[in-house]
Design a protein around this ligand. Structure first.
Ligand SMILES: *[C@@H]1O[C@H](CO)[C@@H](O)[C@H](O)[C@H]1NC(C)=O
Ligand SMILES: *[C@@H]1O[C@H](CO)[C@@H](O)[C@H](O)[C@H]1NC(C)=O
Ligand SMILES: *[C@@H]1O[C@H](CO)[C@@H](O)[C@H](O)[C@H]1NC(C)=O
Ligand SMILES: *[C@@H]1O[C@H](CO)[C@@H](O)[C@H](O)[C@H]1NC(C)=O
Length: 425
């Protein structure tokens, strides 16, 4: 009982803080003016490169309104480290720089006010402008990133910093209608038109493929009522998820032309990390310098046979002192003989909160042949795919169990076997 009460409150706070995330990037006309969308004729060229970039890929930042030293600024620093570990973007604390980011943790200079207003739907705000301050011909000045009202998740920091670096929302990509069905009536009713318009500027389709699991995506129920659904029903719970994806980082690398002098022989879709050219950036589930290793701890090796075998895997988020607001993942690697496909059937989910975005805990059976992209996420018993089996050509097929649920352990039981590929005569 206490668990469900906690989760309900958690979900309310979760959605209420989401509401403000990124709103400013499109409601503030001055940010649109940065790109100079004067005429339609120029849109095509502007799609190449619209947002103002940070000079030398360096964000000069400083914190203001710091009243909760334990968490919010630590989460933001972790978000910066997450980005700088994987891209050529650098973060330097400097409030006198010509181009600078004021990370506002609270609008109130009174601890009591902040405590209460933050509880009531992120009065402190959670938004950022698109791209660096100034214009492309004169990139200078200060911009504010409101972080006080963001969810207590590392990835919320990555989301807002990505806006500042030039990333638009995933559901505003010009190609989103290939993947999403947006309810225009609900868009008008909720007043969210500016957020849902496709936006031909910033980092768009030119950089990485559309990813349902991107940390730049809103949830299906952003403003309460269903705002959008996925064309592929398997992805119905994936939108609004907040692990940061491989493509979320690759997009930044491409936009800022990050690269390394020497390219390593990265495996499984990885590429040489501009954050550390001595190793690769790897898709989730692949480890080691070249992305050809499996994780040696908190992981399971399973050999599929032609008959079903069952496995129960407990998994849990444990607070270790410096992972507050991060997801923790446990991996199962299912291997089959060559030329076989792997079938996985979810039998039972325990202590997994059902919600859009699967942001407490969930399961990702990595069936997509592009190992870099997010496969459909599961966290609800009634999900259309939950009772179905997944068939995957990936060998091994990785089952990732992720959690940031601090209230206790979860578990999933699944069956697996190998099958012959279906042949068409
Ligand atoms: C960044 O990389 C360092 C060195 O590999 C590692 O210790 C740290 O955990 C990484 N941090 C994040 C947030 O990825
Ligand atoms: C779209 O949204 C409107 C208003 O919220 C709602 O009445 C309608 O049923 C929705 N349509 C679909 C297809 O979900
Ligand atoms: C799976 O197969 C490999 C190679 O045949 C073997 O080394 C390993 O012990 C097996 N693992 C399990 C859990 O059966
Ligand atoms: C589910 O949660 C309860 C309460 O935290 C815990 O006692 C139980 O062991 C959990 N079950 C599993 C399978 O993790």
């Amino acid at each position: 009982m206490p668990r469900s009460i906690f989760l309900l409150v958690g979900s309310i706070l979760f959605f209420s803080t989401l509401v403000n995330c990124g709103k400013r990037i499109q409601s503030d006309d001055s940010s649109l003016a940065i790109g100079g969308l004067e005429s339609h004729g120029r849109v095509k060229r502007q799609m190449m490169n619209l947002a103002t970039k940070w000079n030398g890929g360096q964000i000069n930042y400083f914190f203001t309104g710091v009243f909760e030293p334990i968490e919010k600024n630590k989460l933001m620093l972790a978000a910066m480290e997450y980005i700088s570990n994987r891209t050529c973007i650098k973060f330097v604390e400097n409030q006198n720089a010509n181009q600078r980011l004021n990370i506002l943790l609270s609008r109130y200079d009174n601890f009591f006010m902040k405590r209460h207003l933050d509880l009531f739907f992120s009065a402190a705000g959670c938004d950022s402008k698109l791209g660096a301050p100034g214009t492309r011909s004169n990139p200078s000045g200060q911009e504010v990133l409101n972080y006080g009202g963001c969810r207590r998740m590392m990835s919320s920091g990555v989301h807002e910093l990505s806006h500042s670096l030039g990333s638009i929302h995933e559901h505003a990509r010009p190609d989103r209608d290939n993947y999403l069905i947006v309810n225009e009536t609900e868009v008008r009713r909720s007043g969210g038109a500016a957020q849902m318009n496709t936006t031909p500027y910033g980092m768009t389709t030119l950089y990485v493929p559309f990813d349902h699991g991107s940390c730049m995506m809103y949830s299906n129920v952003m403003w309460g009522a269903p705002l959008m659904t996925t064309k592929d029903p398997a992805y119905e719970r994936t939108l609004g998820h907040r692990r940061v994806t491989f493509y979320d980082m690759e997009r930044i690398n491409k936009f800022y032309n990050c690269g390394c002098a020497v390219n390593l022989e990265c495996q499984n879709g990885g590429y040489t990390s501009p954050g550390d050219c001595k190793k690769c950036n790897c898709p989730s589930g692949y480890f080691g310098k070249l992305c050809n290793e499996r994780r040696g701890f908190d992981s399971f090796e399973l050999n599929a046979t032609s008959t079903w075998q069952s496995k129960k895997i407990p998994f849990q988020y444990t607070f270790t002192g410096d992972n507050y607001g991060h997801f923790h993942s446990t991996y199962a690697y299912i291997t089959a003989p060559a030329n076989k496909e792997i079938e996985v059937k979810i039998d039972k989910m325990e202590n997994i909160t059902c919600m859009y975005g699967c942001n407490f805990a969930g399961i990702e059976v990595k069936t997509k042949e592009d190992k870099r992209i997010t496969s459909p996420l599961l966290c609800c018993e009634d999900q259309t795919i939950a009772k179905k089996s997944f068939v995957s050509k990936n060998n091994p097929t990785i089952v990732e169990l992720f959690s940031r649920d601090p209230t206790g352990p979860s578990a999933v039981t699944f069956s697996y076997r190998y099958v012959d590929p279906i042949r068409f005569g």
